[in-house]
Design a protein around this ligand. Structure first.
Ligand SMILES: [Zn+2]
Length: 145
């Protein structure tokens, strides 16, 4: 049982890194999938209110903003090119539209990026999750030859 977390049915645990990642992206507890992962916009709950998993053990640090910036750039590049090729907007209007869209997208992607990173850290047993990785609890580890 991972660090004081309550025992839950194995079928409730995610069965792959992708399933854990998807729970984190949606802002759900990656372990049980039934409670909110975030208490505030970018502040995870200390413990899941249902399964009692300790989420203070994560070490996402600056990685969520890096992911958010990378995704925003790849999404905005075709938008900027399309605006430049297919509209006759003045430069100030185009810059305003692009800046508003980019900032909105960047902020909108921050929480899903952080949730996904926390979920992957838990699944792989990185940082404070090392003693009890999610994949070991779910029985999804491949046997060593
Ligand atoms: Zn939970």
């Amino acid at each position: 049982m991972p660090l004081g977390a309550l025992p839950i049915a194995r079928s409730t645990l995610p069965q792959s890194a992708g399933a854990a990642l998807w729970r984190g992206i949606r802002g759900q507890c990656p372990r049980c999938g039934c409670a909110h992962l975030f208490a505030r916009f970018l502040k995870p709950v200390d413990r899941c209110r249902l399964c009692s998993q300790n989420w203070t053990l994560h070490g996402a640090d600056d990685f969520p903003p890096y992911v958010s910036i990378l995704l925003t750039g790849h999404i905005m590049a075709p938008v900027i090119i399309a605006l430049g090729l297919h509209t006759a907007l003045p430069a100030w209007a185009m810059m305003t539209i692009v800046a508003v869209m980019a900032v909105t997208l960047l902020i909108a992607l921050l929480q899903p990026a952080k949730g996904g990173i926390i979920a992957v850290q838990w699944w792989l047993g990185l940082n404070g999750f090392a003693p009890a990785p999610g994949k070991a609890e779910a029985g999804a580890e491949t046997p060593q030859a």
